[in-house]
Design a protein around this ligand. Sequence first.
Ligand code: PGA
Length: 240
Amino acid sequence: MKLYICKDYNEMSEKAAQIVGSVITLKPDCVLGLATGSTPVGMYTRLAEMNKEGKLDFAEVKTYNLDEYYPIKPTNDQSYRYFMDKNLFDNINIDKANTHVLNGEAADPEAECAAYDKAVEAAGGIDIQVLGIGNNGHIGFNEPADKLVSETHKTSLTESTINANARFFESANDVPRHALTMGLAPIMKAKKIIMLVSGKNKHAALMEMLSGAITVTNPSTVLNLHNDVTVVCDEDAYNG
Ligand code: PGA
């Protein structure tokens, strides 16, 4: 695992944009695995600036997002489809038909998840997967549990995640209780992984992951089995 400790959120965002941007430069038709949440917003802003400056071209890039609430309409301003459009896709020259987010209103969520895994494989797999980390160590919505699920699936959110995400909703009661998430297997099949970590509240989860031990109580620890993971964190996250 490669670790970059950045001074602050802005430096972390710049570093992460450079790393993701370099993958796009080397392979203009690459497949990006993308994440939502507050952490990657600065990186997305920087990538959009690089696109406007003519330094990055998204015309042939394909994207697959990690997760989506369930049920939720894509037009709901709390959906991850809405988030991605607003924070990235509407600000770059990507073909929206090449952007994929799990369908939060799928009538058959199991079929939706199985088709998503097949689509990622058919696209040639993910060249670089962007990840955040939950306070509880989740990646995507792979929450701590007695058993972790490998394939993409419908899952229940833990109280910890509902409370952490309540800040985006009017109240914790409004946070959807379920989500569709890429499983750990498709995440681990990504050729490269970059994890962004910012803030003191992530310190404990980050330290567990960096310790190298693998545990179901912190799903991010499975990344210790991947051979190309870059963690870009800020000093608050690293020092606690
Ligand atoms: P955050 O979420 O970036 O909003 O902290 C990260 C996550 O839950 O994976």
